[in-house]
Write a protein that binds this ligand. Structure first.
Ligand code: DC
Length: 225
């Protein structure tokens, strides 16, 4: 028996990262934050002085960068040339430029293939020893893993999403731009506000984290039954 693939899509502030990590911990699965692949590609370009406006140069960097993803839900890490860059890929410098890589139509298919390979590896072996993976990010339920055992689109009202991110620090205008502005930019290349056929919607507007975790666990149990 191969492992289970749980794919979780949705915009920022819906709780998808927190919930995905927690579900992965409880089910002893790998946790794959696909956004990290776009972030590390952005960092690699910034470090090497690659012009982010040059689609081919960015794609060439993506094709050759030396990245290792550690999919441990208790301590997920990203290594670039052997260096742990998990914190660096979360800085404002990367956050404010990552959409340039995410909307690059030459680089995007390469990163999508990398994501498919990571998921396939966890279904056969990898960190989870074949138990499987919770993978989260845009396109995951549609383009990357349409065959996943469980596919969920997490949603929440705009104001709730902004408020959740504001609770993590930063001023209101920056947060509003980060959450709603980036959704808009990313919408150009992926659709993550409406559930595709066969994708379940989980609206977390009025849910606690525990309730959202249970919602995903229930669906995983149904898929295994
Ligand atoms: O989820 P995040 O903030 O780490 O995502 C970083 C960027 O990558 C953001 O612009 C959305 C984009 N992204 C994407 O296009 N596809 C994914 N599967 C994950 C993230």
């Amino acid at each position: 028996m191969t492992g289970i693939a749980i794919a979780i899509d949705g915009p920022a502030g819906t709780g998808k990262s927190t919930v995905s990590r927690e579900v992965a911990k409880r089910l002893k699965l790998a946790y794959f934050d696909t956004g990290a692949t776009y972030r590390v590609a952005t960092l690699a370009c910034l470090r090497e002085g690659v012009d982010l406006a040059n689609a081919s140069d960015v794609a060439a960097m993506v094709a050759t960068m030396n990245v290792e993803l550690i999919l441990d839900p208790a301590n997920p890490r990203v290594l670039l040339d052997g260096e742990d860059v998990s914190s660096l890929i979360r800085t404002d410098t990367v956050a404010l430029t990552v959409s340039k890589v995410a909307t690059n139509l030459e680089a995007r298919p390469l990163l999508q293939q990398m994501q498919r390979d990571v998921i396939a590896a966890e279904l056969e072996g990898g960190l989870s020893e074949g138990r499987g993976v919770v993978a989260e990010g845009r396109d995951i339920t549609t383009v990357i893993a349409p065959e996943a055992d469980v596919r969920i689109l997490m949603t929440a009202d705009d104001e709730v999403r902004v408020a959740r991110r504001a609770g993590e620090g930063a001023d209101a205008a920056t947060v509003r731009q980060a959450v709603l502005g980036r959704d808009k930019t990313d919408s150009a290349v992926s659709s993550f506000h409406e559930a595709a056929d066969g994708v379940l919607t989980l609206d977390t507007t009025d849910l606690t984290i525990e309730e959202a975790v249970q919602g995903v666990m229930d669906r995983a149990a149904e898929a295994r039954a």
